[in-house]
Design a protein. Structure first.
Length: 322
């Protein structure tokens, strides 16, 4: 069985393992009193770190006796969590909190996924992560040019770590290698901490983590995946500065199962935007070096659609589309 089919099977198994849903208790505005945020990555991942203060902020913005809990459903590069959210009852009781790629890119790549584009509806953008090209502290590659030259000189011998096929780090590295004419080998990880450890040890030539996950480590960023240099990394150039205008970005937010009633969606959207203004959530974004631009459902949806169109073209060009 191919890796792609294994991912699809894993997502199907996740749905089968879910308990039978019962209608939730409702608040006066029709929003369930208990809301589960499904995070498609493991506890301690950067998305999980963002989800927990957001859950408390969302609870406060919903008011009353609302309860918001975080449920980690990792696996399949995020497909397991996305599948669990997409298959949930469309009543607002189960929401997805995670990156865009599970909806915009992964369905092109993985046969047998139990969901497709449009299976989740945008509610509110809650985060944008800054990805970096990071090498071990003792790496002989002092610049991105050095690293890519090694990838051209020793085809397939250099490995990089990312969160799995179709994730932002994976797509950035694929496009970077293509533009540079380098051939390097991806290694997918379910756990960001393990990827960081393997990069530090030199088992990987480089990795594609978010900046939040390498703060406090000795990994050395060679480039940032952003439109501009970052205040927290003023000395590190962007890919665009280095001649590689790669457009993939790590953004995401809250999405609801397709068919969720419009009044519930609008109430969740308003609560989400209010939660984004909370002191605790903004402090988390600042402390982890992340951008947190709130976008309403319409603007978030437009961004998702643009990425979906770009993914369709790029993945076919790379022979990665199923």
């Amino acid at each position: 069985m191919t890796t792609r089919r294994i991912l699809g099977a894993a997502a199907m198994a996740a749905i089968a393992a879910l308990p039978m849903a019962t209608p939730p208790a409702l608040a006066q505005d029709g929003v369930p009193r208990t809301i589960t945020l499904i995070v498609p990555f493991s506890a301690g991942s950067v998305v999980d770190i963002m989800a927990r203060p957001f859950a408390e902020a969302l609870r406060a913005s919903l008011g009353g006796s609302a309860n918001v809990v975080v449920l980690n459903r990792d696996g399949g590069g995020g497909a397991v969590g996305a599948a669990a959210a997409a298959s949930a009852r469309p009543d607002g009781a189960t929401l997805y909190f995670g990156p865009s790629g599970m909806l915009t890119t992964l369905p092109f790549m993985v046969p047998g996924l139990p969901y497709a584009w449009g299976a989740l509806q945008p509610v509110c953008q809650t985060f944008e992560n800054i990805f970096v090209v990071a090498v071990p502290a003792k790496s002989p590659h002092r610049t991105l040019g050095d690293l890519l030259a090694a990838g051209r000189a020793r085809p397939e011998q250099l490995t990089w770590g990312d969160a799995g096929p179709g994730t932002v780090g994976n797509l950035v590295a694929l496009e970077l290698a293509k533009r540079a004419g380098a051939r390097m080998t991806p290694v997918p990880y379910r756990s960001s901490p393990q990827m960081i450890l393997d990069t530090q040890s030199g088992a990987l030539a480089f990795s594609m983590p978010t900046y939040a996950t390498i703060r406090g480590t000795d990994l050395r960023p060679l480039a940032v995946v952003a439109d501009d240099r970052q205040p927290s990394l003023p000395e590190v150039p962007t890919l665009k500065e280095l001649g590689f205008p790669v457009d993939w970005r790590g953004f995401g937010g809250i999405m609801a199962p397709r068919g969720t009633p419009e009044p519930v969606l609008r109430r969740l959207e308003a609560a989400c935007l209010e939660a984004m203004r909370s002191e605790a959530y903004r402090a988390m974004a600042s402390n982890t070096g992340q951008i947190a631009p709130p976008l309403d459902a319409a603007a978030f949806g437009s961004r998702l659609e643009a990425e979906h169109r770009g993914a369709a073209s790029f993945l076919r060009e790379m022979n990665l589309a199923r």
